[in-house]
Design a protein. Structure first.
Ligand SMILES: C[S@@+](CC[C@H](N)C(=O)[O-])C[C@H]1O[C@@H](n2cnc3c(N)ncnc32)[C@H](O)[C@@H]1O
Length: 317
């Protein structure tokens, strides 16, 4: 594939070729999610160290009554990065949603999630969209106003400037009268944060390393995966947990039609997970065309569930 044109490489191939050609190697986190990556993420959500899923699920359950009142009843719900959609039934029930539009980049996994949801919700209209929510999306025509759902602190994978752009694009997509129910992880003790991204059972390590295996599978890669190790570190100055794939020895390999070399200790930066205080989350909302209207957290302030309203419409709940 040495002569591969940019077009033949596709999005993943271009991202890998460009990301590994930088002085500081990095690959965007959205490429974790092939079918295997999605399955591994699902395993992560059940780990004892991974507090976000169970905390957010409890918040959705506990505040179902207020969610029904504030997030808009009987609307179509568009979920960005739906994954297994295990939390979704709580929001659908609370808001008596009529239509559900899950968007996810992991198309095969999305098909499985939708099949399961269709079995458990026979009356619900489900219109899945396989694609990248950070690009213009082909959404079905839906009756407005709409409710967006963006759980799991997926927003944390974007640096604050890109997060504002993304949330602004969701505001555009969802339109006037929209509500956004969004889960945002909080700043907390570094030890708890690092454990959540480096579990004792090694599932997060397998999730991170699967990116290299995916490159080998899909991009004619020759990466010696056993020469890499998983690293998760809290970067206090940036307010984020960083995940890296660190070379444990000198390696050279090909991928996406190019040759690459790495020295021992050099890393591929594979994910950021930014954490936000309540004040920072509110700033994020206001900078991107949303007005915060409700916020709930657990007793230990481990995770935040927010409801935002599309700003600029002179309406508050
Ligand atoms: C952190 S997981 C969260 C999954 C689920 N919403 C939850 O709360 O557990 C991120 C999800 O978003 C999807 N995803 C990540 N980046 C995406 C993008 N740019 N476009 C569409 N889906 C994306 C992944 O496939 C994955 O299902």
């Amino acid at each position: 594939m040495t002569q591969a044109t940019a077009e033949a490489l596709g999005d993943f191939g271009r991202a890998v070729r460009d990301g590994l050609s930088q002085a500081r190697k990095s690959i965007p986190a959205r490429y974790f999610y092939d079918l295997r990556g999605s399955e591994l993420f699902e395993e992560i959500t059940a780990l004892p160290e991974y507090y976000p899923t169970r905390t957010e699920t409890a918040l959705l359950r506990h505040h179902a009554g207020d969610l029904g009142r504030l997030a808009g009843r009987g609307r179509a719900v568009i979920e960005f990065g739906a994954g297994s959609a295990t939390k979704t039934p709580l929001l659908l029930a609370a808001t008596e949603a009529a239509t559900y539009v899950p968007v996810d980049i992991s198309g095969d996994f999305l098909a499985q999630s939708v099949a399961a949801l269709a079995r458990s919700h026979p009356g619900l209209r489900i219109v899945p969209v396989a694609g990248d929510f950070s690009r213009p999306m082909d959404l079905p025509a839906l009756p407005r106003p709409l409710t967006g759902f963006f759980p799991g602190s997926t927003i944390g994978n974007f640096d604050p400037r890109a997060a504002v752009d993304l949330l602004r694009s969701f505001r555009e997509t969802l339109g006037e009268g929209a509500r956004l129910v969004i889960g945002i992880d909080t700043r907390k003790n570094a030890r708890l944060l690092e454990a959540a991204y480096d579990d004792a059972a090694g599932v997060t390590a397998a999730f991170n390393l699967n990116l290299l295996e995916r490159i080998n599978r899909e991009l004619d890669g020759t990466i010696p995966v056993d020469a890499f190790e998983h690293r998760a570190v809290w970067n206090d100055g940036q307010g984020r947990v960083e995940m890296h794939l660190a070379a444990t020895r000198a390696v050279s390999f090909s991928a996406a039609g190019r040759r690459f070399s790495m020295h021992p200790g050099e890393t591929i930066h594979s994910e950021n997970s930014y954490k936000y205080s309540l004040a920072e989350a509110r700033l994020l909302a206001r900078a991107s065309g949303w007005e915060p209207i409700a916020f709930w957290s657990d007793a230990d302030d481990m995770f935040g569930l927010h409801v935002w309203a599309a700003a600029g419409e002179g309406e508050r709940s």
